[in-house]
Design a protein around this ligand. Sequence first.
Ligand code: NAD
Ligand code: DAU
Length: 363
Amino acid sequence: MNHAKEAAPPWTLPRNNSRVTLKNILVTGGAGFIGSNFARMMLERYESLRIVVLDKLTYAGNLQNLADLNPRFAHRYAFVQGDIADASAVHSAFADFSIDTVANFAAATHVDRSILGAADFIATDVTGTHVLLEAARTRGIERYLQVSTDEVYGEVLSGASTERDPLAPRNPYSASKAAGDLMVLAYHHTYGLPVVVTRGCNTYGPYQYPEKILPLFTTNALEDLPLPLYGDGRQVREWIHVLDHCSGIDTALRRGEVGHAYNVGSGEERENIHVTRLILETLGKGESLIQRVADRPGHDRRYHLDSAKLRALGWVPAQRFEEAVPATVRWYRDNEEWWRPLKSGEYLAYYQQQYGSRLRGSV
Ligand code: NAD
Ligand code: DAU
């Protein structure tokens, strides 16, 4: 990963016949997995930027993910606890920090939870996005970047999704994300808001809440607990390291054309069973820990992105799956103090609801 600082000022972008300089970025959802990695990466890359994280601190938000930023970047980093669906909290953040750029990572993100109940997904991923867009429209903004997902295209059994493909989401999470994604593009077409959308693939790396497959299976294996593999385990996901995903978002933000969407994919597709075996092999654990359980309802079989449009802007992912996944697994092995406290309380109630009967009635 290239962390070299770009020649200043990196944030000078063309607007009409003049140029705009982006300075104060509101990173919503910045206490979560990708948002916290993005905040750190941007502070390290660009000395002229100020990052303001606005996060509700749901079960997935964790100030530990940002703990190193205060001493390192005290004068350029601030944290505000707030809900993106709360208009007064959003307007205050815009005013208090002279926000000129929004990078919206805030979302309810776990597909299995959306199947158990979609209300939080609609409240944040749809209504919350709309509140942010209204604040951006009425207060004025230089760039609004929406972090969307490959899931908005629905499953693709062959070939690859391009940005021109229609959106065809199939689960409550991806339907909520698609609604937010389309609303963002509608604000460009209707009001001229300078928006860019990124649609990223499955992401792995440090600080991912242990409900997603990689940290869940890694931490379960470390505890010698079963790894609940859905269905036949042959579903395919495209995997990208979180810093590659973040650098793709940075590229789209700085070089993307307003009103456009950009896919952020690595091209590295793997079946879930392969990911599972790689985790076990890295930890020196046996395959007897794999427990095949009832499938996720409506489980999308495969996602795959055509990312040529973003690559044409100069972005190239730096990490390779077969080395970077084991490195990530070792990060969880070496940072138990980060994940152990998370596997308690609400997590255990969710785990019981999601996996209790599945693990009792394995297939
Ligand atoms: P995450 O669940 O780790 O973090 C989400 C963050 O948003 C948390 O800090 C949470 O507290 C915050 N949040 C939730 N509701 C909020 C609200 N109403 N107001 C303010 N903050 C709120 O998620 P992640 O995996 O880091 O995903 C970040 C973004 O990237 C999401 O928009 C997601 O849809 C998208 N995405 C994720 C992946 C992936 O593989 N993880 C891939 C593609 C796109
Ligand atoms: O594709 C991008 C999406 O990737 C993001 O938009 C989502 O926010 C993110 O959660 C992720 O969605 P997935 O549903 O693909 O991720 P998850 O880790 O939940 O599952 C990955 C694959 O592993 C999927 O095919 C389901 C399977 N799986 C998952 C879990 C949690 C299992 O077999 N067992 C499990 O216990």
